[in-house]
Design a protein around this ligand. Structure first.
Ligand code: FE
Ligand code: FE
Length: 223
């Protein structure tokens, strides 16, 4: 019955979902890094692979804390959670994102810059999924008073934001332009104007790859 469920149960489910997501990312990132041509992009993806391995360890720590703190209520609602979330721990959302990303990687592309741009797009979708998941989980941990869990989740959330920001900068400052002008295509008027503007100012205020606002979870609130 629905009365079994509480925020603590949802937090546990979020952690399992994120654990599965990170495991899948660890498997997928080497192929993405291998497929990338741009040196900076390759390096960024390999660095993020190392970071992701640490994030998985952090989730292990969180699992231990949750287990230690687990009350009877949590055990009783296990069956209910299995039913509403379909059981198993594989994160289907991440599975889909990775599948889509792999499709792009398997595609024959004449221009390496176009492929790099596509890899960034796929990687940013993954980052945004994680930002959303970790943002929500952190808000839940705060709500139920698990400060140590909240702190661990905040560390990872910050890393995901940093990675997204780095991918964004790579796309905007280099790879999108390279992809645009690959195969001898002339840069658009927009690009020409952007280049002109960047000569006058170093700040990047033009359109971005990122569409999500910094605060992603509607469940967050400041205290
Ligand atoms: Fe991650
Ligand atoms: Fe990530």
């Amino acid at each position: 019955m629905a009365t079994f469920i509480n925020l603590r149960n949802l937090l546990e489910h979020q952690i399992e979902d994120l654990y599965s997501a990170e495991e899948q990312i660890i498997e997928a990132l080497p192929k993405m890094a291998e497929g990338a041509t741009d040196r900076e992009l390759k390096k960024a993806l390999n660095t993020h692979l190392r970071i992701t391995r640490d994030q998985k360890k952090r989730l292990d720590q969180i699992r231990k804390i949750l287990k230690k703190n687990a009350g009877e209520e949590s055990e009783n609602s296990e069956g209910f959670l299995e039913r509403i979330f379909g059981g198993g721990t594989k994160c289907k959302g991440m599975e889909g994102l990775i599948k889509e990303g792999n499709k792009v990687l398997d595609e024959e592309m004449e221009s390496t810059a176009v492929k790099d741009a596509a890899i960034i797009a796929a990687a940013q979708k993954v980052e945004h999924y994680e930002i959303s998941g970790y943002g929500t989980a952190r808000a839940y941990a705060r709500e139920v008073g698990l400060r140590d869990v909240e702190k661990l989740l905040a560390v990872t959330l910050k890393e995901e934001y940093t990675s997204d920001k780095m991918l964004n900068a790579l796309a905007l400052n280099k790879i999108n332009l390279k992809a645009e002008t690959s195969g001898g295509t002339k840069a658009s008027a927009f690009t020409a104007a952007r280049k002109q503007a960047s000569k006058k100012s170093t700040s990047s205020t033009t359109a971005t790859n990122r569409t999500a606002p910094r605060k992603t979870s509607g469940t967050k609130r400041s205290r």
